[in-house]
Design a protein around this ligand. Sequence first.
Ligand SMILES: CC(C)(COP(=O)(O)OP(=O)(O)OC[C@H]1O[C@@H](n2cnc3c(N)ncnc32)[C@H](O)[C@@H]1OP(=O)(O)O)[C@@H](O)C(=O)NCCC(=O)NCCS
Length: 181
Amino acid sequence: MTVQTAVAPPALRLQLEQPDDAALVDALIARAFGPGRHTKASERVREFATFAPDCSVCAWGSESRGSPDGKGAGRLLGAARMWRITVGGEPATFLGPFAVEQGERNAGFGARLIARACEAAQAAGESHVVLVGDEDYFSRVGFSAAGGREVILPGPVDQRRVLVRALKADAGLLSGAVGPR
Ligand SMILES: CC(C)(COP(=O)(O)OP(=O)(O)OC[C@H]1O[C@@H](n2cnc3c(N)ncnc32)[C@H](O)[C@@H]1OP(=O)(O)O)[C@@H](O)C(=O)NCCC(=O)NCCS
């Protein structure tokens, strides 16, 4: 007789980014992208966009980083930041940077981070999430280039990489220039 042992999914806590997390998130992003690897268009958006901590998510592993209270805050495994923008004057959110620590990839953490960040944006009443990325990856988590084809970013960008996910059933097509909110 074969005894089947259920394999538990890797422990992961998804939490909104707190002010104290910023330095760890910045360091993870720097490791993931290397210097100067952000697309110019995304960086320009973040220069004028408003950070949305209520929609930005950190993924923590269970491994303790040795906090003095003995509880252990865990190790940061990934992060997804969100920003408030407008597109053609309509409110929207912008996702990025988004990264998972090198040794932790391909375990579904990225997809779970995106799902949680979109859930938080939806709960905050947002109707669209815009990002610049590979459709091959982001189409798995609800984004499409079709939704982004009329979104004008500040600076040169391959329009096929401008992706949008609608968060409401009646959300219309975003159209126009990306601006501050
Ligand atoms: C993109 C990233 C966040 C994905 O994190 P992850 O936790 O590995 O993602 P998931 O586990 O949800 O998905 C992994 C799957 O996506 C695929 N994938 C990863 N990046 C991809 C890309 N750019 N294009 C197409 N597929 C991609 C993997 O090959 C894997 O495929 P499989 O499920 O068929 O094996 C991670 O690779 C990363 O941090 N990369 C460096 C930073 C980066 O490029 N961020 C996105 C910029 S917009």
